[in-house]
Structure formats: C-alpha cells, structure tokens
Design a protein around this ligand. Structure first.
Ligand SMILES: [Mg+2]
Length: 395
C-alpha cells in the first residue's frame, strides 16, 4: 500500500513561544539562549536574525558580532515543553502514528486519512496556527527520508524575515528525480568525512550516488554505502514508530569556567553516574554500555564508551567504569569545559533479575540503593548521602 508520510517541524519554535509572551519581540532580531559573556550558545533565533547569518548552536558572542542589535532572551523550557505537549497531542488526535523526533519535530503516517497529502498538511498547518498560534512547516512524501529532506528544502527556499510556513510535496514516483539535483549532504548518514570521500570519487549530488553501481558503493563504504545508494533512489521502508522507547540516559554539565580539578571532576562523574543509575532503576532498566563525554576548551568533544559483560543498574559500577574511561583519556591539568556520563544498550530489568550470576553482595547493594531512592524521592536529593559522600565533604 502506498503510504503518505509527513515531516512536521515548528518554525523557530522557542522564538515563536517567546513572541507569544512578549509581542514586542515580533519582527525583531533576537536569539534565545545564554548570554554572550557566559559562553552562551544560540538555542534558537528569529528569522530577522537568520537573515544576517545568525543560526542555532552558534556561540552567542559570534551572533552578537554578526548582529550587534541582537536581543538575547533567556530560555523558558517549561513553556516550550508545555506547547510541545499540546502540539503533539493535536497531531495525536489526527493519527496514532506520530513519531516524535525532538521537542518540535515529528513524523506522521497519515495513510488512509480523509484527503490527500497536501490537504492534510494544509489542515494541520492551519489548526496549529489557529489554535496554538504557532507557525510550522511540513514535508509530504511517500516515506520518512524524502519527507524530511523535502521539509528542509521547502523551508530553505523561503528567504524572508517571516517564518517560512512551508509545505513541500514530493509526488509518488518522483522521489529519485526530486533528490537527484540536491547536494549529497542533504542525505542522512552523510557527514563531513563521508562527503569528502564522495567528492574525491567525483560524486557531488544525490543523483550521482543513485547512478553508481551498488557494489561499488558497498566496496567503498560498506553497509553505509548500500544505505546511501538505496536512499539516493528515494527508497526508505522504515515505518513511523510512535513512542520511541528510551535508548539512552545521560547527564552532563557545561562549566562557566574551564575545570581542571581532578578531584572535583571525578566527584561530578560519580554524582552523574548516581543520577543516571537512579533513572535506570526508576524506569526498571539495565544498561550494558557506559560512556563519558568530555569537551575541551577548544570545543572539540570526545566520547568514549565501554561495554559490560552483564547488564547493570548499579551506580557504583557505572561510576567505576566512567572514572576508568576518564583516567584513560584525561591528562593531568587539561582544562575541561563539559563533562558527562551516559548509559545505553538498555534492556528490561525484570529479565536480568532471574539471571544466576548475581551475588549476595550485589543483591544487598541493590536493596540499599532502592531504599535510598525511596528516601530521595520523598525528602529530596540533598537529604540522603552515603558514607563516602559525607566523608568527602568533611575533608
Ligand atoms: Mg523547528
């Protein structure tokens, strides 16, 4: 059966919410994010700001250079979450097949719903505008890959200080022709490295990939080569998957000033491991992979991971592995700007509890942790510390 897939994306979402609470901001150049002097970064920026080259993820200091009159508005995350919830609920009323990609972005499978792709998209755009007063853009195609690319292209086409409110439609059967003239970077899975290798082979557009022999793409790029080759033909059979299950849990912190204090960095890692483990226990999950993330003062980021033999939710084990990774990759005195701990490769804890490798010691430790979790839940985080934390503090 022919599918109709929409890629839905709110236009400069955080800015649109800010304009609702402060109409003075409308048609002004402003950015939501942290202040320039605090090493802030642009989380979202208005279309007038985009006209002069400001974009999200840009350091605020740089944005101010490009646009000296730029207003900087602090983030109101609760308001964004609340509007996001309302938008997603509205989409969910239309079809249960909504796959949320981020706070302001989702795929919808609207196959079988009254109307055609275009009329459904227009209807959604109008309702989000009328009922929530938010602008959005929509890509319409027969699969996720093409719908997402179409939306990017549709939005980029409108160069004006107004939100694009684009609707871009790729008719069934014209997927490959639509993609053909686009640069390879528009394709999923083509990062700077892959792009450089492709250019070396004189492959510059998505059409160039589509024209290659499949085996040649596999020869050069392995499985990713095969995927690129299929995607370049406009083929993507992945279903829209509602309710993405939790795939990873992480905690990280960005410092206002570079941090090179080994003791403190390790204390932070331990606390992050504790928070991650608590979230695992709350969700009744175990992890098998533990990773750390470190960003240095020149903004380069390093992620390193390690995989366990047996799944765990034990904060001590997670902390131990995180610190071991840290010890391997941090050289004494090297300034750290961001540090974080994450876990992935998650599975259901109920399964694990039947496994026989669990020793009496780990059982005891788990019992203690779940009692501590209860207390923290009831009395707040600072009320409960285990011996080692208290000793550290007193030092
Ligand atoms: Mg958006």
């Amino acid at each position: 059966m022919q599918r109709i897939i929409l890629h839905f994306d709110l236009d400069a979402f955080f800015c649109a919410v800010e304009e609702k609470s402060n109409p003075d901001l409308i048609s002004k150049a402003f950015a939501v994010g942290g202040e320039a002097n605090q090493r802030g970064v642009v989380a979202s920026c208005s279309y007038p700001a985009r006209m002069v080259g400001v974009h999200s993820a840009m350091p605020m200091r740089r944005a101010k250079q490009l646009c000296p009159d730029l207003f900087v508005v602090p983030q109101h995350r609760q308001a964004y979450s609340e509007y996001s919830r309302r938008v997603m609920a509205m989409l969910g009323n239309l079809t249960p097949l909504v796959e949320k990609l981020s706070i302001d972005e989702a795929f919808l499978d609207v196959t079988g719903i009254k109307g055609n792709g275009e009329s459904i998209a227009r209807d959604i755009q109008k309702r989000v505008r009328d009922e929530l007063d938010l602008p959005c853009s929509i890509g319409v195609a027969s699969n996720k890959l093409v719908a997402k690319i179409a939306n990017n292209i549709g939005k980029a086409r409108t160069k004006s200080p107004e939100p694009p409110c684009a609707i871009e439609i790729v008719p069934v059967g014209s997927e490959a022709a639509y993609l053909a003239p686009l640069p390879i970077r528009e394709l999923w899975g083509v990062g700077p490295k892959t792009a450089a290798s492709l250019h070396e082979l004189n492959i510059n557009t998505i059409g160039d990939i589509a024209r290659q022999e499949r085996d040649l793409m596999v020869y050069h790029f392995g499985k990713n080569g095969y995927d690129m080759w299929r995607h370049a033909q406009g083929i993507d059979n992945r279903p829209v998957e509602p309710e993405q299950e939790t795939k990873s849990i992480s905690r990280e912190i960005t410092f206002t000033h570079d941090n090179r204090d080994e003791g403190e960095l390790k204390r932070i890692l331990r606390r992050q491991a504790e928070e991650v483990a608590r979230q695992l226990r709350k969700s009744q999950m175990n992890c098998k992979t533990i990773n750390i993330k470190l960003r240095w003062s020149d903004f380069t980021t390093l992620s390193r991971q390690t995989t366990l033999l047996h799944p765990t939710q034990d904060e001590k084990l997670i902390a131990k592995k995180a610190i071991a990774l840290f010890d391997t990759h941090w050289t004494q005195g090297k300034p750290v700007r961001l540090i974080g701990v994450g876990v992935s490769n998650l599975n259901d804890a109920a399964v694990r509890q039947l496994e026989l490798w669990e020793t009496e010691q780990t059982q005891k430790s788990r019992k203690l942790q779940s009692t501590l979790d209860d207390l923290k839940e009831r009395f707040g985080d600072s009320s409960v510390k285990k011996g080692i934390d208290i000793k550290k503090r007193g030092k």
